[in-house]
Ligand binder design. Structure first.
Ligand SMILES: [Fe+2]
Length: 353
């Protein structure tokens, strides 16, 4: 092909393309249609020991209320040019609520969850149902469900939010509506109404006979997650097949009406590695975010390794090989955009280096 530098006619053609808002494929095929996914998002680690004090400072300086809605500080992947996205599809943020504060109710088409790495004393009210937040709990706020948070203690609380905000932004699918300035039910029950109806192992109420898009379980409690993982490792000790690979217990949070993922755009899982375990290297189409819930590990991400400990957040962009290694044992919360990839038949996994 003739170089634009030397052919005045071609140079003129490109100028005329630009004037008419046209852009040829042949000059950028490699970027638009790479041989394999080549994400701009980079593998990255955010340390809880850095995040939490910054959130605390925001707590002192920035009020929470109508308009801004939430004191949430998003992880901004350094490869994405400053946008508040952990990956092209996933939002991950630390949210901080001070003593006696209330984050007003609203709803949006974006799907959201909370995961609690430490603390308690906040209730999230989802469509009028107060849900207590405690360490290790995984709470859902599916799209278009009203939700607000209130802290009824004299100490602050922080947790992580995960949403499909970037996906909704790029696809222009977002709707938003303000709700009550306070919360619609400020009672503080130990267990939400949703859990009383839905969260009994293997038992489905007949009143909810039809499949729902998102899980009707508002909160998956730590006691259940912990027991499931503990039993997998105990069964492995007894010689039964129960773990995904030696020393690696894992569960996926599911929608009891379908057996599928908890929400249409987000998959959530929990992994427990015994001391001395290294997971098989894998790469997936789509991106994942992990938070260390307990313990310490080394994340091998691409050609770099990162030491992580409780609270640290890790992003693995599309098709980047990764594995986790731990000497002391580690508990990991994980979420990804896998339901989007699977529904569009774009999912692909490669195991091995
Ligand atoms: Fe929200």
């Amino acid at each position: 092909m003739t170089s634009t530098d030397t052919d005045p006619a071609l140079k003129l053609l490109y100028r005329d393309f630009a004037a008419e808002h046209l852009n040829p494929l042949w000059t950028q095929r490699g970027d638009l249609m790479p041989m394999t996914p080549s994400p701009k998002a980079v593998p990255f680690v955010w340390k809880w020991s850095t995040l939490y004090p910054l959130a605390q400072r925001a707590g002192e300086l920035v009020p929470v209320g109508r308009g801004g809605e939430r004191r949430a500080i998003a992880l901004a992947n350094p490869g994405l040019g400053g946008v508040p996205y952990a990956s092209p599809t996933l939002w991950a943020a630390i949210q901080y609520l001070g003593p006696r504060e209330t984050a007003p109710e609203h709803r949006h088409s974006q799907n959201a969850f909370r995961f609690v790495v430490e603390g308690e004393g906040v209730w999230t009210v989802v469509n009028g149902d107060p849900v207590a937040m405690r360490r290790g709990d995984f709470l859902l706020t599916p799209g278009w469900h009203f939700h607000g948070h209130h802290n009824e203690t004299d100490h602050p609380m922080a947790w992580i939010d995960g949403l499909d905000i970037p996906f909704a932004h790029y696809a222009d699918t977002g709707f938003f509506e303000f709700g009550a300035d306070g919360v619609t039910d400020d009672s503080m029950p130990d267990v939400s109404r949703s859990e009383r109806l839905w969260a009994h192992p293997g038992l489905r109420p007949l009143v909810g006979a039809s499949a729902t898009i998102s899980s009707p379980i508002a909160c998956y409690r730590w006691a259940h997650t912990d027991a499931a993982l503990r039993e997998q490792l105990a069964l492995e000790d007894e010689g039964y097949s129960a773990t995904t690979e030696p020393g690696h217990a894992a569960i996926r949070y599911t929608n009891p009406t379908t057996g599928g993922d908890v929400m249409p755009t987000i998959r959530a899982e929990f992994h427990r590695l015994r001391p001395g375990t290294r997971t098989a290297t894998r790469r997936d189409v789509g991106s994942s975010v992990f938070q260390v819930f307990d313990g310490a590990a080394t994340y091998h991400l691409g050609d770099r390794s990162h030491t992580v400990e409780t609270g640290d957040l890790i992003v693995a962009p599309s098709w980047v090989p990764w594995s986790v290694e731990t000497d002391s044992g580690v508990d990991l919360f994980a979420f990804s955009d896998a339901p989007i990839m699977e529904r569009l038949h774009l999912d692909r996994t490669h195991e091995g280096a």
